[in-house]
Design a protein around this ligand. Structure first.
Ligand SMILES: [Zn+2]
Length: 319
């Protein structure tokens, strides 16, 4: 299903079956020389078919199309190898291009945060990043913060917004006050901020990235999922408040005594409909634990909590 949003700028809605995100917005900008596609959908049949249909309706020739990837998640990059032709330039950011295949490291970190060892393999095998990523990594053209991407009447500047992933990148057309936000700013759902690494603090990175985007002059935000929005500042404020509430919820849980991240995740409130934590699918436990770790890391670097190691596993307590 295609939709024209602005002159020569279209969205193709790519379904994500069985995924709470429901669909991905792939954006297509048509120009007389080269077209630009922004994000692709999962590497799976339903996404590929919807993309083919949308491209046909828009009369887009993939031989004249370049691809920009906002970040490494498989719902954004999965089809890139199947859609790219010999002449395609594939734009990507350095940190995400380099962090492909970091599974071993993530699994160790999950184990150290109390994720049950006997569920690690299932968590990994059920992860969309494992199931629906591109089979082969194409050659990327790396873009840095501030680089320019011109396409027809659109003149974008790359705005790097680490947080949702290490190198997440948005596109900003200052003259048109247009911002292509990937998963940095979404409305109706909250971008997932997760951490499976010892030396990162993605929630601080994310909040700093929100502060930066808050200052931009924007009339229209085109996100990677759900609907477009016009008031980016109101949404950014809601996202800041949301994360402070989540951090406060973690503090409240820790008042009862030291716990590891997996135990904390099991006591946090989640928007999914399972009566008990034990009934959560293993992939949801994985996402929840990652989100808990991100909030713990944030509180730890604020000096609000401290981390100790008991044997193999980290526990957290209020300072
Ligand atoms: Zn994402």
């Amino acid at each position: 299903m295609k939709k024209e949003i602005l002159p020569d700028l279209y969205t193709i809605e790519i379904p994500l079956p069985g995924n709470p995100l429901k669909a991905l917005n792939s954006y297509i900008i048509k120009a007389s020389d080269r077209n630009l596609m922004i994000d692709t959908g999962f590497n799976r049949k339903e996404c590929f078919e919807a993309m083919q249909e949308g491209l046909k309706e828009l009369d887009v020739d993939l031989n004249k199309t370049d691809i920009f990837l906002t970040h490494l998640h498989a719902d954004h990059t999965g089809l890139v190898s199947r859609l790219a032709t010999d002449s395609s330039t594939i734009y990507f950011n350095r940190p995400d291009a380099d962090s492909k295949g970091g599974w071993d490291h993530m699994l160790v970190c999950a184990g150290e945060n109390g994720f049950p060892e006997n569920q690690l393999e299932a968590a990994f095998k059920n992860h969309p990043g494992y199931k629906y990523s591109p089979e082969t990594a194409p050659d990327y053209t790396i873009l840095e913060d501030g680089d320019k991407v011109d396409i027809g009447a659109y003149h974008f500047e790359c705005v790097q917004t680490p947080g949702h992933t290490r190198g997440h990148m948005c596109l900003y057309d200052e003259a048109k006050k247009l911002f292509i936000s990937g998963d940095h700013i979404l409305i109706d759902i909250t971008p997932n901020i997760a951490c499976f690494s010892e030396d990162e603090d993605p929630l601080h990175d994310y909040l700093n990235s929100l502060d930066r985007v808050d200052k931009l002059d924007i009339d229209l935000v085109l996100p990677g999922h759900r609907r477009v929005m016009d008031d980016h500042r109101a949404r950014i404020q809601e996202l800041r408040v949301h994360h402070r509430h989540r951090a406060d919820e973690v503090l409240e849980i820790l008042k009862k005594g030291p716990l590891n991240a997996f135990q904390i995740a099991s006591q946090m409130t989640w928007d999914i409909t399972f009566p008990t934590w034990d009934m959560f699918p293993v992939s949801q436990k994985w996402f929840a634990t990652g989100e808990a770790i991100a909030h713990l890391r944030f509180l730890e670097s604020n000096g609000e909590i401290k981390r100790d190691r008991q044997g193999k596993v980290y526990t957290f307590s209020i300072n």
